[in-house]
Design a protein around this ligand. Structure first.
Ligand code: NDP
Length: 330
């Protein structure tokens, strides 16, 4: 069926400025890490992506690694871009990442100039676009001089193959160094992509949140629902089709009694507030002004529609935040 974008797609979602840049990102961005490989039906994936766009989600996050097999998620997105979203390419912020291993060869891993720029070429071909909006160094590579990695990001922009650059999973010290080098080169660091959730406080503890404010970059935080653990889906077992059943990245052993106690207590608080645990968890990451966008995944359009309502609830009070700390921290 021919796709027609929803006329009201910009009416509900909040858009937030990424650091000191001029770019606004949707409060919720959509990532294609899991369930967007060849192991899931194209039609279901297409429905989710188009629903996301109809809900005002303009930012779609990808990486050369996402599949399975590697690169499949970008190829899938390329199909949908060509078929449905081509008239809206200028409304989209497409990101990709390079540097995590995607094969056995020496240039299929690491943050060398060779690895990053070769990967970007493949990603552009897979996505069927002449540029991405954000090009990331996926992970720090301590065996490659940071100058070389930053030089490759700058070249991507100078060659017109990326509009902005980002880093992901970088410790604050290295992110700060990268930000300085990039600023000096005239290509400011737009965003950092760390993991952050009620269950993973590292960006608060290691100083990344503070650094983002000081260095003027935004945070696009991934796995804000801890891959689904911060929803009510695992309170009574592991439902069929859930990630904890079929992903190497979320194994069933984490769903133990300690987890259930913590999740139940957080769920009770959410219910008292008239929302779901997923909505509470998303509201929690977005309370930080440095967090530009919560980067979510979804395996159904229902999850998406439900999750993007998270900001429609009253702000979390000091007392509620203290209770979340009590149950969210190990
Ligand atoms: P989330 O923490 O948002 O987890 C999403 C998963 O939770 C869904 O796929 C679904 O899993 C489940 N879920 C979502 N909403 C609900 C709901 N309302 N009720 C019940 N279950 C729900 O994020 P992800 O871990 O998927 O990460 C998001 C994106 O972040 C990735 O796609 C990727 O783009 C990026 N990322 C980046 C990394 C990096 O190194 N830079 C690393 C990891 C992710 P299901 O239904 O299948 O159980």
């Amino acid at each position: 069926m021919t796709y027609t974008a929803a006329a009201d797609r910009y009416e509900t979602l909040e858009y937030r400025r990424a650091g000191n840049s001029g770019l606004d990102l949707p409060a919720f961005s959509f990532g294609l890490w899991q369930k967007f490989g060849t192991d899931h039906p194209f039609q279901a994936q297409r429905d989710i992506v188009l629903r996301a766009f109809d809900l005002g989600i303009t930012h779609f996050d990808n990486a050369d690694r996402y599949g399975p097999p590697h690169r499949a998620a970008q190829q899938f997105f390329g199909r949908i871009l060509k078929r449905d979203l081509a008239p809206h390419r200028d409304e989209l912020i497409l990101s990709t990442k390079a540097g995590n291993p995607i094969g056995a060869g020496p240039y299929l891993r690491g943050a060398s100039r060779k690895s990053l720029l070769t990967s970007l070429e493949h990603s552009l071909r897979d996505l069927g676009t002449d540029h991405v909006d954000i090009f990331y160094s996926h992970s720090p590579d301590l065996t490659t001089p940071l100058d070389e990695t930053v030089g490759a990001l700058v070249s991507a922009v100078e060659q017109g193959k990326a509009l902005y650059v980002g880093v992901s999973n970088y410790a604050p010290e290295r992110a700060h160094e990268a930000a300085q080098l990039l600023r000096h080169a005239g290509v400011p660091l737009l965003v950092h992509q760390p993991r952050y959730s009620v269950f993973d406080r590292r960006p608060e503890l290691d100083g990344l949140l503070k650094l983002a404010a000081e260095d003027g970059f935004g945070l696009v935080v991934y796995s804000p629902l801890a891959q689904g653990l911060l929803t009510d889906k695992y309170l009574d077992g592991i439902p069929a089709g859930a990630r904890a059943r079929d992903s190497a990245f979320l194994t069933p052993d984490v769903i133990d009694d300690t987890y259930r106690q913590r999740a139940s207590a957080l769920n009770d608080l959410a219910v008292q507030r008239g929302q779901s645990l997923a909505q509470l968890a998303l509201q929690w990451v977005l309370r930080q002004p440095q967090v530009t966008s919560a980067l979510i995944g979804a395996s159904s359009t229902w999850q998406l529609e439900h999750n993007v309502k998270a900001l429609q609830f009253p702000p979390l009070t000091g007392q509620e935040l203290a209770l979340i700390d009590e149950h969210g921290v190990h």
